[in-house]
Write a protein that binds this ligand. Sequence first.
Ligand code: F0G
Length: 460
Amino acid sequence: MNKFIRKSWAEPYKIKMVELLKMTTPVQRKKALHEAGFNTFLLRSEDVYIDLLTDSGTSAMSDHQWSGIMMGDEAYAGSRNFYHLEEVVRNIYGYKYLVPTHQGRGAENILSKVLIKKGDIIPGNMYFTTTRLHQELAGGKFEDIIVDEAHDPENEFPFKGNVDLDKLERIVKKYGAKRIPYVSIATSVNMAGGQPISIKNLKVLRAFTQKHGIRIIHDMTRVAENAHFIQQREKGYHDKSIRQIVKEICSLTDGATMSAKKDALVNIGGFLAVNDWDVFEEARNLVVVYEGLHTYGGLAGRDMEAMAIGIMESISDNHIHARVGQVIYLGEKMISYGVPIVKPIGGHGIFVNAKKFLPHVPQDQFPAQTLAAEVYLDSGVRTMERGVVSAGRKPGGENYYPRLELVRFTIPRRVYTQAHMDVIAESTARVFERRTHIKGLKMVYEPKYLRFFQARFEKL
Ligand code: F0G
């Protein structure tokens, strides 16, 4: 048992304010789903009972964060909240220079524009939708270097976010280090199911990339959750605090993009943080074009204050223990009902294996999209497709066919109770019981970019 935490995952907070939810009938949900073109992104949140679409921007802020909101300094330039945020980022993560952005993809856009040239290759531990798109829009090409275990939902390898160094070495040999501006490393790999990378793997990667003069850029959106798994599973880290582990992870990288809407417990915000002055200078210049002045980057002063306080709360051992504990509670309940999920259970949600859940629905009939629609219909629980629709098309136009065809049940932080988790698991189990009667979908509208957000479907 780690000295920082107790056995139960019970919450280290109590509830001060609640938001009432609308309960819907099956008839209402059927109508809502048709109007939304079977895409859970197009549902109105009013028609949703338990919203597991994402953990992004959906967390409950603390009373400290709300009081920070009142301390917003809304000066156009040089807001004190910016300097507070800068100090927290330096102290907690250790990165030297900070460029605030409105959210994660704002940072990805600027980073990609600063570092990527046409024809460059960006190896990474599995793609993320917005991250890869910004790499491609800047003229680069993403290459997946995650370990094979990550593509297998049943494989219980404890660090499915690890990089396969042989894959990276082959890419460096093939293209040459000069065409690789950086290796893109996510902590808690989202598309793999919230799977962690180990410190050991990061250290080996660091040694290899240093030898070749290649930077490591860290997608640190869920770094504290990754640190939790290192604390639980990696030799030598059992008695280290989340704060210490987070700092060590960041120290093995050269810069980071952050969507603060996840780990950092705010409804909006993000940043780019780097150690290299030249990269910072160019990013600080570009942020003025795309986001706003470099001391607010598209955010209000109050948003930066809430973020600074949220970062401090996010690295508390008790907070992370309860956060991930709740996710694991739901996952174990799903397993007890026989629902096929990605294992090990990840940090920010349960990923149901739609290929195994609906084996009679071929991938071009969108099994994960279908399953997300069915769960909504059953109980008003809203989840998200993470399969062939999310994967989108290659720059040439063909579909990506990812091996993982998943439905993500993403848990917002500090929002739902244990009884809500029971409702979610029971609803999924009910859909599982009638799975053989469920038919797939056909896509009837496809937007050009990030199609999963706005695509529409009809029942086959
Ligand atoms: N990187 C990761 C790993 C993410 O999960 C996200 C967002 C981003 C970058 C982009 O950040 O949304 O602030 O612009 N993920 C959300 C999700 C959308 O639901 O997983 P953003």
